[in-house]
Design a protein around this ligand. Structure first.
Ligand code: PLP
Length: 404
């Protein structure tokens, strides 16, 4: 039985999704977070703000992104029909730009001329550098020193766009540490600076605000599925890192009781290996990281565990608070796909459909490929293709033993 919380209107006024979310920040940042919340609530339903956001999404990002029926792949699997929501076709190559534009428009209204961001694989950094150039703002991107090595093309993109990329050498030198450094910058420069956060996590209002901006994905999909198939899909499927592309697709479907919601985490070398980035599937405990209370990969002493995923964009020990409550409510199911399963799905989409997906998105696709053969041919799975695979060429070549 699928339960469908109706009406669904989380978070509450304090930014809580059930027991999750909230604001867990240093005293010095509370006024900044509250100012952000108040300004966002002021502009959220403002017709001019909404019109400008819609204009940018249409003329700059290229929305609506199409939905594509992957017929050859579906035929080969012999079961459910797989449809793809093509966020890979957006300007800058992923869903991240939807949120970056929304936050940049808010920064502009708040009179902030300096924006900062954290980035892992570099996609959110590129999206932020892009909107900073578009709106004439100074841009600083914090990136783990190891990620800078692994994602050189995206580092160069950010620099071409005029951003300063600051290497972070603390901790595991990846996304979590870049987040810490960006928060430190925000504390120091709070008067002038807007922190464009990249996923549906962090202190309130970020999980709500990022979700609202990304909901364009699900809102478009509901209209497009009716046009294409005459009905809504049997399931919507998306990969979950911090959870922004997934919640953007899922949220508009929460009250549609007939639509199953499935989030796919990074299973890495397998859940049993401990080397993964799947807090929801791996039964992680609840803890606090980056300003919010969520399911979090930690050891018995509450220390954050080093995560592993083939895809840098999913390599994060936490997950946004709305996914935590959807899991507890039973409204969404969370599963994991391993590195190997994601790579097989990546190859399948290249060969059957002529689309090179991001390794993150390949996790969502891997789960669709796993369940489609057990379903009937008139059933529909809608997979969010969150990004394109250009950024992953070096990673995939290395795994295949090919020198570029
Ligand atoms: C960043 C990224 C993700 C993971 O982030 P979410 O906030 O979980 O969506 C997934 N896919 C792509 C292509 C990304 O760039």
């Amino acid at each position: 039985m699928q339960m469908s919380p109706s009406p669904y209107n989380l978070p509450d006024a304090t930014g809580h999704f059930g027991p999750y979310g909230g604001v867990y920040m240093a005293e010095t940042l509370i006024p900044a977070v509250e100012e952000l919340r108040d300004q966002y609530l002021r502009f959220r339903d403002d017709p001019e703000f909404k019109a400008e956001f819609a204009y940018e999404l249409k003329h700059y990002v290229g929305r609506p992104s199409p939905i594509y029926h992957a017929r050859r792949l579906s035929d080969d699997l012999g079961g459910a029909q797989i449809y793809l929501k093509r966020e890979d076709l957006n300007h800058t190559g992923a869903h991240k730009i939807n949120n970056a534009i929304g936050q940049a428009l808010l920064a502009k209204r708040m009179g902030k001329k300096r924006v900062i961001a954290e980035t892992g694989a570099g996609m959110h950094g590129v999206a932020t550098a892009t909107v900073a150039a578009r709106f004439g703002m100074e841009c600083i991107v914090y990136m783990g020193a190891d990620d800078i090595q692994r994602q050189a093309p995206n580092v160069f993109r950010m620099k071409l766009l005029g951003a300063t990329v600051v290497p972070v050498v603390s901790g595991s030198r990846t996304l979590k540490d870049a987040c810490n450094e960006a928060i430190r910058d925000w504390v120091t420069n709070v008067e002038t600076t807007f922190y464009i956060f990249g996923t549906a996590a962090g202190p309130h209002p970020y999980p709500m605000m990022v979700r609202d901006f990304q909901c364009v994905i699900g809102n478009e999909a509901k209209v497009q599925m009716l046009e294409m198939a005459g009905r809504q899909p049997d399931a919507v499927i998306a990969c979950v890192g911090g959870g922004s592309n997934a919640i953007g697709l899922f949220h508009p479907y929460i009250e549609e009781a007939g639509v199953q919601i499935i989030g796919v985490e990074a299973g890495g070398h397998g859940l049993a290996s401990g080397q993964h980035a799947a807090p929801l599937t791996g039964n992680a405990k609840v803890g606090v990281l980056h300003g919010n209370k969520v399911y979090l990969m930690q050891d018995a002493d509450g220390q954050i565990i080093e995560t592993h995923s083939i895809s840098a964009g999913l390599d994060y020990p936490g997950v946004g608070p709305e996914h935590c409550v959807l899991k507890d409510l039973g409204r969404a199911q969370y599963v994991a796909a391993t590195d190997d399963e994601a790579l097989a799905a990546f190859d399948a989409l290249c060969r059957f459909e002529g689309i090179i997906p991001a390794l993150e998105s390949s996790h969502a696709l891997a789960h669709a490929i796993k369940i489609a053969p057990g379903l009937s041919r008139d059933q529909i799975l809608l997979v969010n293709l969150s990004g394109r695979g250009d950024k992953d060429m070096n990673t995939v070549a290395r795994i295949k033993g090919i020198t570029l």
